[in-house]
Write a protein that binds this ligand. Structure first.
Ligand code: HEC
Length: 229
């Protein structure tokens, strides 16, 4: 009985300690200071185990499909590279200030299974900068991005740009700048550009040109997007 009383008192003191620490303002929440070693281990272990468990229930469709990959690269390029970067492309300022940092997916995609890539892309990772794309995108527009990510580890900068050029007009982010009626015309134009670019394979600046169309307007009116690719 005495041990039990001591235990209860110890637990109450510990809880009071945690609550006063929370109110004290002593904990540094800044994104510019790294997590302590213990917290870092705890968070990443919890996160990996959680992803692995939940992804194990996902049924993966056939992903080894060039059309799917082409549809995925445009969406990857407009939705993911700002934080994660791409072959030959650093993350933007926003991505460089994240803590935990957004990892280079060209390396990470080789470590994760397609089901895990899908789960993370759809659901995001709480308390990190990784958004849940499933909040605004159906599974049908997330699988192409996953299909693309399975190829990403093999791509160098030139191969990435070449694939991006040949994907002009594909994926739901291909025509962000245009409304639904004009998107077809724009796609043809972009495809023409891509065809010309193949004449000069080493001109990366030119090969990347079709990508300026989706990036020109970052207005994401998802109500007009087609998500049923
Ligand atoms: C606003 C920044 C941001 C954007 C945009 C973003 N991510 Fe992330 N992502 C992160 C961060 C930060 C992490 C690391 C989270 C962590 O450490 O647990 C992450 C982690 C991931 C991981 C897990 C990597 C691993 O090794 O566990 C995958 C997969 C991923 N992101 C895919 C994507 C895809 C696909 C897109 C685009 C559709 C995307 N992300 C867009 C910030 C971002």
């Amino acid at each position: 009985m005495k041990t039990l009383t001591t235990l209860i008192i110890a637990v109450v003191i510990a809880l009071l300690g945690i609550v006063s620490y929370a109110y004290s303002g002593l904990y540094d929440v800044s994104a510019s200071s790294p997590h302590s070693g213990v917290l870092d281990w705890l968070l990443s272990t919890t996160s990996h185990a959680s992803i692995e468990r939940r992804a194990s229930e996902i049924e993966v469709p056939e992903l080894d499909n060039d059309d799917l990959v082409l549809a995925g690269i445009n969406d990857f390029n407009s939705m993911c590279t700002g934080c994660h970067g791409a072959p030959g492309k650093d993350p933007e300022a926003m991505g460089q200030g994240l803590n935990p940092p957004a990892p280079d997916l060209a390396e990470e995609a080789a470590e994760l299974t397609p089901a895990e890539l899908f789960w993370v892309t759809k659901n995001g990772i709480r308390m990190t900068g990784m958004p849940a794309w499933g909040a605004t995108h159906g599974d049908d527009s997330i699988w192409p991005v996953v299909a693309f990510m399975t190829r990403l580890p093999e791509l160098d900068e030139a191969a990435y740009q070449e694939l991006l050029a040949s994907a002009a007009g594909q994926g739901h982010h291909a025509s962000d700048a245009a409304d639904a009626e004009h998107s077809h015309e724009e796609s043809d134009e972009a495809a023409d550009n891509a065809a010309h670019d193949h004449d000069e394979p080493h001109e990366h600046g030119a090969a990347a040109e079709p990508e300026t169309a989706p990036e020109a307007s970052e207005e994401h009116d998802h109500s007009t997007h087609e998500h049923n690719r």
